[in-house]
Design a protein around this ligand. Structure first.
Ligand code: CA
Ligand code: CA
Ligand code: ZN
Ligand code: ZN
Length: 493
């Protein structure tokens, strides 16, 4: 008896579940037609007129319904059969953005690629605020993902710039993570299907479904970065694109497209139709005007260090200057008089013994120089190293294990050539005896002592006005730290 009763309860639960979130494949054909109609209305393929009472019989014979299916199939790149075949149903089941694909159905039956709203922001500097965080990721990680999504992709191809603020009233853009009913007309639907939605300018709102298993750049789950870049696109005025490779395509991509490191040509043309191309100041033909090198200038902190074993010379960067150190000789110069096109106040620099190149990183860009320090190229961080964020703190090549380590805030990214080998928190590096003040970030690292003894056994880690020594082989940190000012290469001694 109990067994029967329990089964009965279970069936009711399954049936009730099927009504709200069941698979299209498990439904009767009639239910499937009704669900598909809802879907096509929701995403703009069919007019959403409440008075029309549709029935599966009516739909089966309705030319509008089959036309809408055909339009949907064209949009997602399927054969236009006009029927709810398996490929079509699979797309309708896939995780996607909640924004409509068409705002007016049909649009002359023409399938556009990128499309934009008619309104863009009337200013180029926008402030955003994360009002509610995800329970799936640390706040700090969410902050970093949004910072990079704004800076690294959209700001790079437009005159737009972005800053995070800590107050809703100062913000143009407000971001929330929420589940189910959350105060607007589009409640979320639990795990899967709709992942997020956002509004066109100048509303400045984006909501992310926190029932999704959001993941950072190397975690398993749905890449928050991929969805964030897409929703930011909406908030800047972009609608959906039918170009399958576009960031503004409505469907979530798993696998190789997990983390977006460049916008598609389609997205770039679209966003530039609203805001134009970047202004000159972000391109590399800028003129630096800095005061002449001060006499007796000395370093109190270090932006970056790089040592070339081809030239047997190190460069230590601070503000607009770099100190060249070769044995006991040191010379101060303005950075771009040595490294053509390099900006000042660099983030990080290192020399790679595998190709003899020197790399200088600032913001989202990496400047490359050949073994004689001739300028080679300027590319995005993420084009050179997979998923490397903008504005890192430090980077160095470890001759011991052949990996390149890049540091940003409390994270370290390890690379095998350009491929991401792993990303962990600095405190989990298992480099014994590491001082805890380094867990929150470091300023610079050098595999060679800035004095230039190339056979030396230590790696030098800089933070503030101190540096620390780590054994190159054992990765064991010395207990003592040293004041940067006390050293010959700083010019302060
Ligand atoms: Ca969902
Ligand atoms: Ca630095
Ligand atoms: Zn969207
Ligand atoms: Zn919402």
């Amino acid at each position: 008896m109990c067994l029967l009763f329990c089964c009965y309860v279970l069936i009711i639960i399954i049936a009730a579940k099927g009504r709200t979130n069941g698979s299209l494949f498990d439904m009767s054909e009639q239910e499937r037609m009704m669900e598909a109609e809802e879907y096509l209305k929701k995403y703009g393929y069919l007019p959403d007129i409440p008075e029309t009472t549709s029935s599966p019989e009516l739909l089966q014979t309705s030319p509008n319904f089959h036309e809408a299916v055909r339009l949907f199939q064209a949009y997602v790149g399927l054969e236009q059969t006009g029927e709810l075949d398996n490929e079509t149903l699979t797309f309708m089941e896939s995780p996607r953005c909640g924004f409509k694909d068409f705002s007016s159905p049909g649009e002359d039956g023409e399938v556009l690629k990128y499309s934009t709203g008619t309104v863009s922001w009337p200013k180029n500097h926008l402030k955003y605020f994360i009002k509610e965080y995800s329970i799936k990721l640390r706040d700090e990680e969410v902050k970093e993902i949004f910072q990079d999504s704004f800076q690294q992709l959209w700001a790079d191809v437009t005159p737009l710039s972005f800053a995070e603020v800590e107050n809703e009233f100062d913000a143009d853009i407000v971001i929330r993570f929420a589940t189910r009913q959350h105060g607007d007309a589009n409640p979320f639907d639990g795990l899967g299907r709709v992942l997020a939605h956002a509004w066109l300018p100048t509303s400045g709102r984006a909501h992310f479904d926190d029932d999704e298993n959001w993941a950072g750049p190397t975690g398993y789950g749905k890449s928050l970065q991929q969805v964030a870049v897409h929703e930011i696109g909406h908030m800047l005025g972009m609608k959906h694109s039918s170009a399958p490779e576009a960031v503004m395509a409505p469907y979530f991509r798993s696998g190789r497209q997990y983390h977006i490191s460049v916008l598609d040509e389609d997205d770039i043309v679209g966003i530039q139709s609203l805001y134009g191309a970047p202004t000159v100041s972000t391109t590399m033909t800028q003129f630096t005007t800095v005061s002449p090198v001060p006499n007796g200038a000395c370093l109190d902190k270090v932006d970056a260090v790089t040592c070339s074993n081809v030239l047997q010379r190190c460069y230590v960067f601070n503000g607009p200057y770099c100190w060249s150190i070769e044995g006991v000789h040191r010379q101060v110069s303005i950075i771009d008089s040595v490294f053509l096109f390099s900006p000042s106040n660099v983030n990080a620099a290192f020399f790679s013994p595998s190709n003899g190149r020197t790399y200088i990183l600032k913001g989202c860009y990496v400047y490359q120089y050949d073994e004689n320090l001739n300028f080679v190229s300027r590319r995005r961080n993420s084009q050179v190293w997979q998923a490397l964020p903008c504005s890192i703190n430090a980077i160095f090549y470890s001759s011991n294990d052949g990996l390149t380590y890049a540091f940003k805030n409390s994270w370290v990214y390890a690379y095998n050539s350009g491929r991401l080998y792993g990303r962990i928190r600095i405190e989990n590096l298992r480099w014994p005896n590491m001082p805890s003040e380094l867990f929150t970030g470091i300023d610079a690292v050098s595999d060679v002592p800035p004095g230039g003894q190339f056979s030396d056994n230590f790696v030098y880690v800089f933070k503030g006005d101190h540096y620390y020594m780590m054994n190159r082989r054992t990765k064991f940190f010395s207990t003592d730290s040293y004041n940067v000012k006390g050293e010959i290469y700083t010019g302060c001694a």
